[in-house]
Design a protein. Structure first.
Length: 236
């Protein structure tokens, strides 16, 4: 995807002039994949430009809360929410997720979290904060999310495949159950590089699948990616 100052979707525009992390496939995948059936109140952790929160608002009638720490990303998210048709249903909270407090309990919490725990830090400190777990570890995210979910609530994340073992350890430690996992690969000929995961506090039969972003022969987006994201991209 391009690095323009904005990204135009079918029903909203994402301005991204200030935020370190621009619109990318990871965020679009998660925003289109999360199960919002019956959700009345949802929470986006580390909203960045507000992309996934806006996708959730488009896909549901839920009240959408969003949390963001980085001041430059807050500028973009604030403008993107105010300029959207769902401005009355989206609320932005400024600060660290660890400090976030809410009197309500959420039906669904989701996040495209900072996950490059062992990678080299980026030269841009804003991009480093957005990409690395120094500000919010996976353990902190799961523990806090569990406090904020209702009994039937769901937590959905997109993670690198090398975080699967750590995720399974933390789900056991925090009492979450893995209900859905999709292993995402760039195409059929390449190894999976991302995980879409859904965690619950209830016991459900585990659903597992593999998802290919592009067609290996044509290098164009796969039919399954087009089908998942057709309500958002102008080109689909």
């Amino acid at each position: 995807m391009g690095r323009n100052n904005y990204f135009q979707f079918k029903h909203f525009r994402v301005g991204q002039e200030h935020a370190a992390m621009k619109v990318g496939i990871d965020g679009v995948l998660l925003g289109a994949w999360i199960n919002l059936n019956g959700a009345k109140r949802v929470l986006d952790i580390g909203t960045g430009t507000g992309l996934i929160a806006l996708m959730a608002a488009q896909r549901s009638q839920a009240l959408v809360d969003a949390v963001e720490l980085e001041p430059e990303a807050i500028k973009d998210a604030t403008a993107n929410f105010q300029n959207s048709k769902w401005v009355g249903r989206i609320k932005l909270f400024k600060g660290a997720f660890q400090d976030f407090e809410s009197t309500c309990r959420y039906d669904h919490i989701f996040s495209n979290p900072p996950f490059f725990e062992n990678a080299l830090k980026a030269k841009d400190p804003k991009r480093t904060q957005a990409r690395h777990t120094d500000a919010l570890s996976l353990q902190e995210l799961l523990s806090k999310a569990k406090q904020l979910l209702n009994e039937k609530g769901r937590l959905s994340l997109i993670l690198p495949v090398d975080q699967e073992k750590r995720l399974l350890e933390l789900t056991e430690a925090t009492g979450f159950k893995l209900s859905r996992i999709v292993r995402v690969a760039p195409d059929f000929n390449k190894k999976c590089h991302r995980l879409l995961v859904e965690l619950t506090r209830e016991d459900f039969p585990l659903q597992e699948s593999v998802f290919y972003i592009r067609d290996a022969k044509s290098s164009d987006f796969s039919m399954e990616y087009r089908e998942l994201t057709k309500d958002f991209y102008l080109a689909f």
